[in-house]
Design a protein around this ligand. Structure first.
Ligand SMILES: NCc1[nH]cc(CCC(=O)O)c1CC(=O)O
Length: 308
């Protein structure tokens, strides 16, 4: 068995693809990497919400899946839209890395808790809105590009710190630059943060599919992501809306899902927690989205759509 893996060529994408190669190798499955550029890699002068929220980092890989030039596409689960195009599906999610966000800086004394004003580089609508909500003394600077590019911009003095997913910072071995771990009960991450997803064409041969799922899929993570992604799908939002959700799997096969929405100006933050069995994961996500929309989420989304 040999698998052609499609991946973007940023260092984080390659780390993820090589991690998948290693999981396959443990099951004696050989593989090769095929590098594919996406719009998100090429267009760096516009914010993601302006390029068009859906599939910015996934479209070109999906085209290659459809054409049968690659067997699987590897993505950060966070970058995958909540609804996939017809003919494609996700068959595995890797075990999730610690999901929180971290503050990255050359200045060890910086802290969001101190109340001191400083500038944070980020292009995430969620992070900007959450900072406005929890830390109004902070200024944000719009900043696109992969991790290496952002750290270069930090070093050039375009900002004093970056707000990033721990998963990516750790995988790129920038742990030394972490000056603060953000509290997970306030700064709830984006749906899927910290897990790697495997996307395939629904036509992929069954034995291949079963082997991949067996070697790569982490059942508790997959159940959590199913709940989180159902939440996101119901909000019909990609990365351009400031939504957040994180599910926890407890040993009794129970999932607890916390998530919500924050208005772009940070003035309103709506969040709720629901729990149920892992079999009801999709239902949990939809239920959470329903109550968030009712509790004021509809109005927040309406305002955002008018501004985009
Ligand atoms: N939006 C880009 C992106 N997609 C996945 C990660 C980090 C790794 C992960 O969450 O799997 C990042 C960078 C970041 O948000 O800091």
């Amino acid at each position: 068995m040999h698998i052609r893996i499609g991946t973007r060529s940023s260092r984080l994408a390659v780390w993820q693809a090589e991690y998948i190669q290693e999981l396959l190798r443990r099951g004696n499955v050989s593989s090769e990497l095929i590098f594919i550029e996406t719009k998100g890699d090429v267009v760096l002068d516009r914010s993601l919400s302006k390029i068009g929220s859906k599939g910015v980092f996934t479209q070109e890989l999906e085209d290659q899946l459809h054409e049968g030039r690659i067997d699987i596409a590897v993505h950060s689960a966070k970058d995958l839209p909540s609804t996939l195009p017809p003919g494609l599906e996700i068959i595995a999610f890797t075990e999730r890395e610690t999901p929180n966000d971290v503050l990255v800086s050359r200045n060890k004394n910086l802290s969001l808790r101190s109340g001191e004003p400083f500038r944070i580089g980020t292009s995430s609508t969620r992070r900007v809105a959450m900072l406005r909500h929890y830390c109004p003394h902070i200024t944000t600077v719009d900043m696109r590009g992969n991790l290496q590019t952002r750290i270069r911009k930090l070093d050039e003095g375009q900002c004093d710190a970056l707000l990033l997913a721990y998963a990516g910072v750790h995988r790129m071995e920038y742990d030394d630059l972490i000056v603060e771990h953000l509290p997970i009960d306030q700064f709830i991450p984006a749906v899927g943060q910290g897990s790697v997803a495997i996307e395939v064409a629904t036509s992929l041969a069954k034995p291949l599919r079963q082997t991949i799922t067996k070697l790569i899929n982490h059942v508790p993570t997959a159940a959590c992501l199913q709940a989180e992604r159902a939440f996101l799908a119901r909000l019909e939002g990609g990365c351009s809306i400031p939504s957040f959700a994180l599910a926890h799997w407890t040993d009794e096969r129970t999932i607890s899902l916390t998530g919500g929405l924050v208005s772009l100006d940070g003035s309103e933050l709506i969040r709720e927690t629901v729990s149920g069995t892992s079999e009801e994961a999709t239902h949990l996500g939809r239920t959470l989205a329903g109550s968030i929309l009712e509790l004021g989420g509809n109005a927040i989304l309406q305002t955002i759509r008018e501004q985009l």
